[in-house]
Structures are given as C-alpha cells and as structure tokens.
Write a protein that binds this ligand. Sequence first.
Ligand code: KIV
Length: 266
Amino acid sequence: MKKITVTDIMKMKAEGKKIPVLTAYNFQMARILDNAGIPLLLVGDSAGMVEAGYDTTLPVTMDEMVYHTRAVARGRVSAFLVSDLPFSSYQVSITDAMKNACRLIKEGGAEAVKLEGGARVADTVKAITSMDIPVMGHIGLTPQSVHRMGGYKVQGRTKTGAESLIEDAHAIEEAGAFSIVLEGMPANVAREITESLSIPTIGIGAGPDCDGQVLVVNDMLGLLADGRVPRFVKRYADLKNIITLATGEFIKDVEEGRFPSKDHTY
Ligand code: KIV
C-alpha cells in the first residue's frame, strides 16, 4: 500500500474525500488499523486515560508520548502518523514546544504533531512549522483545559463562544497548520469553520460536516473496562464482552484440565 503523506491528507479535502482517523497507542493495534486501511493514525494523549488509567490527560509526560509514538510508528505501514504534545510540553515557552515537537519526530517517529488551543498558541504553531514539522491544531473542547472549562463541556454554544472558535480556527490555519481537530462543539459552528478553511477539519463530537472524523480506538471497539461512553461515540464492536467471555473459558479450561491439550503440548 502507498505511504500516505501530509499532502495526501490535505488533498483529500480538495477532492471532497472524507478523512477517517483513529487513535492508536501500541504496535499491534497500529498494525491492525493500518492493514484495515486507516489513512491517519493519531497517538493521542488520551493514552493517559485509556491506557494508563489517569482521570485526565494532564499527567501524561513527554517520555510516555515518545514511548507510545515509537510503538505505533513500528506498527504503522502506510498511515500518516500524528502525535500529541502533552500538557506542559508546549505551554511554558516556544523553545520547549520546538524541542518537544522535535522529540516526537526524532525519537518517536511521528510525521506531525498536534497541540491544543486557538489564537493563543498561533505563535507556537508558527515556530514548529518553521522547522518543517507539520502541525495539527485542536480547538473546542480541549481536554488539557479541563480545569478552565470546569469539566468536559461542549464549547461555542453562545454567539460569542462560536465567534471566538471561528477566530481560533482561522488563527491556527494562518499560523501554518495542515489540519485542525474540532472537538465538542455544535454542528453548525463546525460546519461554518469547515466551509471557511482551506485545511481539513477533523471532528469529534462536532457533527457530520467536518472533513474527517476521529474516534478514540478503545471507545470505537468497546474496549473500556468501565465508564460512560460519550454521546458522540459510535461503538463498532464489543471487545470488552469478547475478552470477558474468552477469559472465562480459559479459566474453566485450566481449572478443569482441558488446557493444555495434546495439540498444545511438545
Ligand atoms: O488525545 C486524543 O485522543 C485526541 C483525539 C480524541 C482528538 O486528542
């Protein structure tokens, strides 16, 4: 399969092709999703919640992101690979942001980085793109701002809120981002942003009119030990149930002496 690049992703918008995106955090899942044809894999800092069990994405470190990105990069064959800059890796100074973006590319094997925020991070986006590192923006319900937002709340519901999201989207495009995630906002706001930008928008909880859609792979596959799944998630499989049934069978087989059988014995 042909290697997908940043220009292919940008061309998809121009050609009116929707862009499916999934998160991945490890080698096996990355290889499976890539073989299934996903064009863009995102090593999200959601890794902290779905892989490490943190309550928010805030504790995720650069070292953890490098570890997950490396594993996904080894599993990926043709998908374009974007990796998240975690909380505190780009907010303190532009120099930090540049160094940490380099780490995700150099040590992790990512081909682009993603960071959260609108106009206030435009200079940071500019600085990273000036090093020839493609940047994906992320506005709306930005999980790293959970404390400012007072929880995981849909953004842009008021007229001024919607106007400031539209300004943020334009600031990120003008700063040189190749694409932008629109998370947790009314569908009409996401539509207006999508129609007014030339870079692709990737929606999550932002309605059907974005240029692409992203889901956290564990949500999409029903691979969560517990917890409520947000309304915007569509579950395509029930892996928790499959794993629970398989584990029950294994326990019984061992307890009742059916495993290992002759077939599994040297
Ligand atoms: O961290 C993440 O997985 C994300 C996506 C949900 C957009 O940022």
